[in-house]
Design a protein around this ligand. Structure first.
Ligand code: PMP
Length: 284
């Protein structure tokens, strides 16, 4: 069935949705994006995603073509029109179409595109029961990973390296320390302490990360925001990732070595449960 998508103010069947070949998103990856999950037909942490979107746009001196309220309206309309119960809303804003030149153009109108992806069973993912396998790879991305741009080629290459190795994802390593997963934030657990890299330009400031660290603190778990190595991860009791589309997902193997018992641990399971419960309550 054809989806209804949103392009520059119009709701269109996906076959009719078009963007210019001169769009700077296409030519320069000059665009930013957000992915908001949908549970029970409602948006999870829309506010956090809208705030991070504005921050990404500000860092790139890009105009925001919509207000936060308009954006919420478009998200809801697409969820409704496409009958999404569990899934995702993808949003992308680019600097727009202009004659090709490295300098930012004057007066280009931003392009805004939103579409939905239906993912029945997102919350009940079987991977949450079995856990994921990751490999480690060198982090070869650019230095402003805090800006959520659409230049995702290295993360795509990382996913392919993981796939070739029979794993589910890759954790990226810079100067011997884990930065994050290809599309998620990375955590290890030792005793009652959760360790995850501190916020900086080296990682994306995950919206799920912020919520999970808040819930962890409320549940009296200790959190250390600092870098960790693959060796430390291999000696941890548990590991997990977070992202808007996977929530909290246990990691049971790194580079072929089992972590802890080699099965999903209690801290990740508990955080996933709390995250899903609290997010559903706060969904809009
Ligand atoms: N890091 C990277 C590199 C990502 O691509 C993502 C997901 N877009 C995340 C972390 C997780 O962020 P969020 O929890 O906001 O989905």
């Amino acid at each position: 069935m054809s989806r209804t998508v949103y392009v520059n103010g119009e709701y269109l069947p996906e076959e009719q949705a078009k963007v210019s070949v001169f769009d700077r998103g296409f030519l320069f990856a000059d665009g930013v994006y957000e992915v908001t999950s949908v549970l029970g037909g409602k948006l999870i942490d829309f506010d956090g995603h809208a705030k991070r979107l504005q921050r990404s746009l500000d860092e790139l001196e890009m105009k925001n073509p919509v207000t936060k309220d308009e954006l919420l309206g478009v998200h809801r309309e697409l969820v409704e029109r496409n009958g999404i119960d569990e899934g995702l809303v993808y949003l992308q804003i680019t600097r727009g179409a202009a004659d090709r030149d490295f300098a930012y153009p004057d007066g280009a109108e931003p392009t805004i595109v939103l579409f939905t992806q239906s993912k029945p069973g997102l919350a009940e993912s079987p991977k949450a029961k079995t856990g994921m396998k990751v490999i480690s790879i060198e982090d070869q991305r650019w230095g402003r990973r805090d800006i959520k741009t659409v230049q995702l080629l290295y993360p795509s290459m990382g996913k392919m390296m993981a796939k070739a190795a029979g794993a589910d994802d890759a954790w990226m390593v810079q100067d011997g320390q884990v930065t994050e997963g290809t599309s998620n934030n990375a955590y290890i657990v030792k005793g009652n302490t959760i360790v995850t890299r501190q916020l900086s330009n080296d990682i994306l400031h995950g919206i799920t990360r912020a919520a999970v660290l808040r819930f962890a603190a409320e549940a009296q778990m200790q959190v250390e925001e600092r870098p960790f190595t693959i060796d430390e991860a291999m000696g941890a009791d548990e590991a997990f990732i977070t992202s808007a589309s996977t929530f909290v997902m246990p990691v049971v193997e790194i580079d072929g070595a089992a972590i802890g018992t080699g099965t999903p641990g209690p801290v990740a399971a508990r955080l996933r449960e709390i995250y899903l419960e609290e997010s559903r309550k706060a969904a809009i």
